[in-house]
Design a protein around this ligand. Structure first.
Ligand SMILES: [Zn+2]
Length: 334
């Protein structure tokens, strides 16, 4: 018997790019409810980076309605400060179908300043940072601006500029270490190369994310502040991704992997409390064949007992070792 009440756990957004004609597809869990875009009427904007016209990597912002239909597409050119829209702004507003839909007309100067605050930020190694996001037309400010050593970094496609302000003390110390290394083996590296790896990774990730959850930015700042003096390894970069994608990624595993994990978890983390590991294994059980719960939903199962930093620390290893997989929500070719 067909149960008419049971709905599919996923929603599929399909659109055809008006610039290159490619069909693109985004699968999201039905439970996934992003906050609405503040400057549109009930439309949610998702970012799709793909090889578009002339084989150029381009970001398309799709404005999606409550029925998962893409109502409008706006292309953002990497080298340009503003939108390139297939839209004629010289005409009367009432003739503009986008205006009728309530989609705001983009203008060139509309970067919005956003101050990001965090009570837990310790300013151990960084003073603050600034993120200029050309996709979302926002500039995020965190902590002190213009203090210490500025490290500017650009994302791969140039949509995201991050300037990190390293504290003077840490900058001096890293510079000294670099000088020492230079004398020893005459490597032709630049100072702060390892530090930059963090920022570069963050910039590239922010550029490719379908929807940036600003709530995660204070956590990102705290994380970077804590770890920036050491070179990031694979696991650390996964942790950073986990943080950035906490509310928009789906962790999943298979039953046999989960069962294997039960046998090895204490070997993997000999220094972690057994109770905490038991909680983590319990949360991994909820990842078996999961296609709807986000990483945050999984974390919420144990959040009363396990701090987020510990959860990410352990999950970072589980993902790196293949016990848990992470599906980041993103557009794929159709
Ligand atoms: Zn395209």
């Amino acid at each position: 018997m067909i149960n008419l009440a049971s709905k599919s756990a996923i929603e599929v957004i399909v659109y055809q790019c008006i610039y290159c004609g490619k069909k693109r597809r985004l699968v999201i869990p039905r439970t996934f409810k992003p906050s609405k875009s503040s400057d549109s009427v009930g439309l949610i904007d998702y970012v799709d980076v793909h090889r578009c016209e002339n084989d150029e990597l381009t970001a398309i912002i799709c404005f999606v309605d409550a029925n998962s239909a893409v109502r409008s597409q706006v292309k953002i050119k990497a080298t340009h400060a503003g939108y390139i829209a297939e839209r004629d702004f010289t005409k009367e507003k009432k003739e503009d179908p986008f205006a009728i839909l309530g989609i705001p007309s983009p203008t060139k100067k509309e970067f919005i300043d956003v101050n990001i605050e965090s009570k837990n930020f310790k300013a151990r190694n960084i003073e603050g940072f600034q993120i200029k996001d050309r996709i979302r037309k926002k500039i995020y400010y965190f902590g002190k601006q213009g203090k210490g050593q500025a490290l500017p970094t650009k994302s791969r496609l140039g949509f995201i500029d991050i300037t990190l302000f390293l504290s003077k003390k840490v900058a001096d110390q890293l510079y000294k270490e670099w000088e020492k290394g230079l004398k020893k083996d005459k490597r032709r590296t630049f100072p702060y190369t390892t530090t930059r790896k963090w920022v570069q990774h963050l910039a590239d990730e922010m550029e490719s994310i379908i929807r940036l959850d600003e709530k995660m930015l204070p956590y990102i700042a705290e994380y970077i502040d804590k770890h920036i003096t050491t070179e990031p390894n694979e696991q650390r970069l996964i942790e950073l991704d986990l943080l950035l994608n906490l509310t928009i990624s789906i962790p999943w595993t298979k039953r046999d992997k989960y069962e294997q994990l039960g046998d090895v978890i204490q070997e993997l983390f000999p220094n972690k409390p057994v109770k905490e590991l038991a909680d983590i294994v319990m949360s991994v059980a909820s990842c078996i064949d999961n296609n709807e719960k986000t990483l945050l939903d999984i974390y919420n199962l144990v959040s009363k007992r396990v701090p987020l930093s510990e959860f990410l620390d352990i999950f970072g290893v589980l993902v790196a070792k293949g016990y848990v997989n992470l599906t980041k929500l993103q557009f794929t070719s159709y």
